[in-house]
Write a protein that binds this ligand. Structure first.
Ligand SMILES: Nc1ncnc2c1ncn2[C@@H]1O[C@H](COP(=O)(O)OP(=O)(O)O)[C@@H](O)[C@H]1O
Ligand SMILES: [Mg+2]
Length: 92
């Protein structure tokens, strides 16, 4: 059994005219800290939106499992209660 608490498998997210994420996978073990790095438009925010539920299940291809359970089709508030949320900050 995998010791990863988070598995994002083959996430592909398309907006009209643009593929924001193409076959992206990410596995995270408990206690690990990861950073997403890339130039503007690389897909960092979209990846976190899929994880947090801001982009709901069904709007992207692939699978997200958290502690073994598939991501439910629930609002992002429910995800936040499970410890998964996203916020956007701008530094000037
Ligand atoms: N709501 C949206 N509608 C259409 N295109 C979007 C939307 N959000 C992001 N994109 C496009 O998806 C790609 C990835 O964007 P994004 O995830 O915001 O990148 P990053 O956070 O790495 O700068 C970009 O080409 C961006 O223009
Ligand atoms: Mg961003």
């Amino acid at each position: 059994m995998s010791d990863h608490i988070l598995e994002m498998r083959s996430i592909t997210k398309k907006y009209p005219g643009v593929t924001a994420l193409s076959d992206v996978s990410l596995s995270v073990r408990e206690g690990e800290i990861h950073a997403t790095c890339g130039e503007n438009g690389a897909g960092k925010s979209t990846l976190l939106k899929a994880l947090s539920g801001v982009e709901p299940v069904g709007t992207y291809e692939g699978e997200i499992r958290f502690r073994g359970a598939p991501s439910p089709s629930t609002p992002s508030t429910s995800r936040r209660n499970r410890g998964s949320s996203s916020s956007t900050r701008s530094w000037r």
